[in-house]
Design a protein around this ligand. Structure first.
Ligand code: FAD
Length: 245
């Protein structure tokens, strides 16, 4: 039942800073595509025999939105941040992955995103509210600093439009401004102090592997079963080789 993986050629339509450390890249594919909200593509990095995984944050027709975080000296990061321009061609394959929104069955959804872990989560939340405008869900979006909380306006607007959607951005490395909607702490800490019990919920977690591990541990503490937790660890290529799960 999974969409078939295919090779695509795409053109960069837009590339803009979403935050100081994140580029929002919109690619237009050479043909139509079917994918599940939360899936990712493998991008070829020109001049290097490597591929890098990037999750789709939004789909509009043949246009796919990606969020790419800067890793110092990273092969793909240096290319995307210093060379990639509108009009450039990108070769990619996909869609991949089993991290996708399950059919909403009534259980409240807990979305947890660290950094560009927001990309697949954004795709899921958009799909959820397209199908079920009054579905109960919460997003806890964690970043180190306020200026890394990108797409804040988007999620604030979504929570206005859908009163059953709660949006809780959190920063770990600086104090949130007084009287703001931003709270302090890491995502796992926010889980620990926000919920009493999460039995009967479904959780979707995406971000750097240590963040995902900490969140899953916090969810277990709140009595959420492993079968109700879906996770996407943003491993680097090197970590992939070292990790067997
Ligand atoms: C399923 C999946 C989905 C993903 N989705 C996204 C997404 O939507 N957005 C996103 O931003 N990322 C995502 N990622 C992560 C992404 O695929 C890349 O791993 C990330 O962008 C880093 O790639 P890079 O080529 O820039 O860095 P790499 O070249 O892989 O290097 C990574 C880091 O390691 C350091 N490094 C490399 N080699 C060494 C060495 N020998 N010694 C010490 N340090 C070293 C580099 O300095 C760099 O900081 C995803 C990953 C997975 C697995």
């Amino acid at each position: 039942e999974f969409p078939l993986v295919e090779d695509f050629r795409a053109i960069v339509v837009n590339i803009d800073p979403a935050s100081p450390l994140v580029r929002r890249v919109t690619l237009e594919l050479d043909r139509d595509i079917v994918l599940l909200p939360g899936q990712y593509f493998q991008w070829e990095v020109p001049g290097h025999a490597v591929k890098r995984a990037y999750s789709v944050a939004q789909t509009i027709g043949r246009q796919l939105e990606f969020h790419i975080k800067y890793s110092p000296q990273g092969v793909a990061s240096e290319w995307v941040f210093n060379a990639l321009r509108p009009g450039d061609q990108v070769t990619l394959s996909g869609p991949y992955g089993r991290f996708f929104l399950r059919p909403p069955d009534g259980s409240p959804a807990v979305f947890l995103a660290g950094g560009t872990g927001l990309a697949p989560i954004k795709a899921m939340i958009a799909a959820l509210y397209d199908q079920r405008p009054d579905y109960p869900a919460i997003l806890i979006f964690g970043a180190r600093t306020i200026d890394e909380l990108y797409d804040d306006n988007y999620f604030q607007a979504l929570s206005m439009a859908h009163p059953t959607f709660r949006y809780l951005p959190a920063v770990s490395d600086e104090a949130p401004p007084a009287n703001s909607h931003v709270v302090s702490g890491r995502v796992d800490e926010v889980i620990t102090r926000t919920f009493e019990r999460l039995q009967g919920h479904k959780a979707y977690v995406a971000g750097p592997p240590p963040m995902v591990d900490a969140c899953v541990a916090a969810l277990y503490q709140k009595r959420l079963f492993a079968r109700d937790i879906y996770r996407e660890d943003f491993f680097t290529q090197e970590e992939h080789g070292q990790t067997i799960r």
